[in-house]
Write a protein that binds this ligand. Structure first.
Ligand SMILES: C[S@@+](CC[C@H](N)C(=O)[O-])C[C@H]1O[C@@H](n2cnc3c(N)ncnc32)[C@H](O)[C@@H]1O
Length: 212
């Protein structure tokens, strides 16, 4: 996601530390984690419609993070917390075995082979998500990029995640919400791909055949 650096971002984030998630936050709700929230449209809709969960949003880009944070402050949404970090560092801020649902929405595809380790469905990232998620937790993955989708599906299968659905022409379901990128792609009549998988930890297999 592109966007100019926002000069106000750093100060705004410092002023709203009450929205920042870390391992010491006391909370009795189940947790969801969205990685790469962009400007926050999905996490806000998900939070408003799922009040029983605390929704944690992760975003690497400080300016985009601040834009999402501003929306959450303005709408006074109580069940969202945020982390401004790369997915690779999540174990510093989130306890293992604590997340019920993980959402990857329109993750950057990094099509050049030299950058494939940056893809959020690369084994290096999936292993982090496996640590964070509870046993039997769910991963929701949607994208406009067929190459990224196929890599995800291949790795989910190699690792023996339980594939609950795999759609190559996904129509928005009732308990799902449009993201900013999805809105743009759907208005261009582009296909959306989506998989829902369950991660049963005792069933995980080795990465032998994964493209690393
Ligand atoms: C293509 S945008 C999609 C944004 C939003 N999910 C949507 O669907 O509208 C991808 C977002 O993920 C963020 N991102 C990319 N790599 C990330 C990483 N490793 N950790 C956290 N956020 C990341 C980018 O900064 C960007 O905001």
């Amino acid at each position: 996601m592109r966007g100019r650096n926002k000069k106000w971002a750093k100060e705004f984030i410092l002023e709203h530390q009450e929205l920042i998630y870390n391992k010491n936050i006391i909370n009795d709700k189940s947790l969801t984690l969205e990685v790469g929230i962009g400007k926050g449209d999905f996490i806000i809709a998900n939070a408003k419609n799922n009040l029983d969960y605390l929704h944690i949003g992760v975003e690497i880009n400080e300016s985009i993070f601040a834009i999402a944070m501003k929306k959450i402050v303005n709408e006074n949404i109580a069940n969202i917390k945020l982390i401004n970090c790369p997915a690779m560092n999540l174990l510093e801020y989130v306890n293992e075995n604590s997340i019920s649902k993980i959402y990857l929405n329109f993750s950057d595809p990094w099509p050049q082979n030299g950058y494939r380790k940056r893809r959020l469905v690369h084994p290096l990232h999936l292993e982090i998500f496996e640590k964070l998620i509870i046993d039997g937790g769910m991963l929701y993955f949607k994208t406009d990029n067929l190459g990224l989708f196929e890599m995800g599906i291949r790795n989910f299968k190699i690792r023996n995640y339980e594939i609950l659905s795999e759609s190559y022409d996904y129509q928005l379901e009732n308990d799902d919400y449009m993201t900013e990128y999805e809105n743009k792609f759907r208005s261009l009549n582009m296909k959306i791909y989506r998989a829902v998988v369950k991660i049963n930890k005792e069933n995980l297999k080795s990465w032998n055949d994964a493209i690393k």
